[in-house]
Design a protein around this ligand. Structure first.
Ligand SMILES: Nc1ncnc2c1ncn2[C@@H]1O[C@H](COP(=O)(O)OP(=O)(O)OP(=O)(O)O)[C@@H](O)[C@H]1O
Ligand SMILES: Nc1ncnc2c1ncn2[C@@H]1O[C@H](COP(=O)(O)OP(=O)(O)OP(=O)(O)O)[C@@H](O)[C@H]1O
Ligand SMILES: [Mg+2]
Ligand SMILES: [Mg+2]
Lengths: 226, 226
């Protein structure tokens, strides 16, 4: 499904260079549940942005469902993102002027869904993450963990086959975090591919496979036992 | 030192009202190390904003070092914040156009520190949180956990007597999170008052006292044993 081949992401600053990704090769099959684990600054979000077609590598090849991503133009990339991938960002990226339900409707709008269908689906997703009584709150009128849950609801609204989630439980208490993991596990059982970044080893252990990254390199790739 | 007396924070929305804080009474003495724990949406950040003089209650009294905060004007509140409180925000609140060292220098500038003194202190703080090699990166050129660490360095830069930290380790891996907790514990031993919000029970257990909040009310207030 997904194949990163010797991927580099290098930021040049004057005469120094930061190798955010430093030669990453990784394959992820359909329906896998993978956790990407590693220290702060090790390249996890950079890898997610490339996997999600939001960023291009400095070198190397990214094959997504048999297509070489570097050969596609912006419109083609936008279609791939909208139809195939639900993205939960580490800093949520909600639109401040839209309320919770409008934020969750956004991917449905891009997918061409009609108004009443959109609203119904968006409300359903907000209920699923426990925010049924916050649907008309703007992001500034929500707690940190509530904003994170709106971002999760938005990622799931078009029922995408692949979910990329960057620290989806970082701002959540244990109970809310567990509810989110239950949703992700159910989605996985229903056939979705789930790639999530986490620092929390108890979250990583709920995936089937853990990929360890350090200084932009993959240092370990293991099946989760038990 | 700090006394919240029957504090309410109520947001009216049409004919409904959200009681973010619903009658909170709490005293915190000089040099205490308190963790505020509770579910997502329970009122923790709202309480921090009131403690940090960034927000005013709808009802109730806040006495800070024998001063009734509701009787002070904006300038007096700004002086209190700058001289007494270092604040780590849940969403960091870094200035996007300033690089890391300029962001960390900001409270030092308000405190009237000279240029070379400011720069030296800001660099020292960034080194302390492991970001000595990122001082000229802007927030958009930093990972989530690195941005969080810049926010922590900024909170500590004026060496304030009180530190209010809202989820300071939420975006950090175990090792970086532990380094931050070591810094906070050292600061506590050196005489500072530390109030931190966390969902992480292993972080809360490193404080001396845990205050549990739920639906805007304090439901438990316990000494940490061991
Ligand atoms: N401006 C506002 N208008 C209406 N409701 C608000 C507003 N700001 C906050 N709230 C509500 O107040 C409650 C408390 O918010 P707060 O940010 O204090 O929670 P929290 O305990 O910090 O949560 P988290 O752990 O998710 O960060 C939430 O239910 C939130 O939806
Ligand atoms: N635009 C940029 N210019 C320079 N360096 C950058 C830029 N963006 C990211 N970096 C660097 O690339 C490295 C990897 O960043 P990335 O955001 O992928 O880390 P991460 O593993 O997600 O970290 P965290 O767990 O803290 O979120 C970091 O050291 C960061 O400072
Ligand atoms: Mg990241
Ligand atoms: Mg909060």
């Amino acid at each position: 499904l997904i194949s990163l081949e010797n991927i580099y992401k290098i930021y040049k600053r004057g005469d120094t260079a930061v190798h955010a990704l430093d030669g990453v090769t990784l394959q992820i099959e359909n329906r896998e549940f993978v956790a990407i684990v590693g220290p702060s600054g090790s390249g996890k979000s950079t890898m997610m942005n490339i996997l999600g077609c939001l960023d291009t590598p400095s070198d190397g090849t990214y094959i997504f469902e048999d297509k070489d991503i570097s050969k596609l133009n912006d419109d083609q990339l936008a279609v791939i993102r909208n139809r195939h991938i639900g993205f939960v960002f580490q800093s949520f990226n909600l639109l401040p002027k839209l309320d919770a339900v409008e934020n969750v409707e956004l991917p449905l709008t891009y997918a061409g869904k009609k108004g009443s269908v959109r609203r119904e689906r968006a409300v359903e997703m907000l209920n699923a993450v426990g925010l049924g009584n916050r649907i008309h709150h703007k992001p500034s009128e929500l707690s940190g963990g509530q904003q994170q849950r709106v971002a999760i609801a938005r990622a799931l609204s078009t029922d995408p086959p692949i979910i990329l989630a960057d620290e989806p439980t970082g701002n959540l208490d244990t109970k809310s975090g567990r509810e989110i993991m239950e949703i992700l596990k159910e989605l996985h059982l229903s056939g979705k591919t789930i790639i999530l970044i986490t620092h929390d080893i108890s979250v990583a252990n709920q995936a089937e496979r853990n990929v360890h990254i350090q200084d932009g390199k993959i240092v370990n790739d293991v099946k989760v036992v038990g």
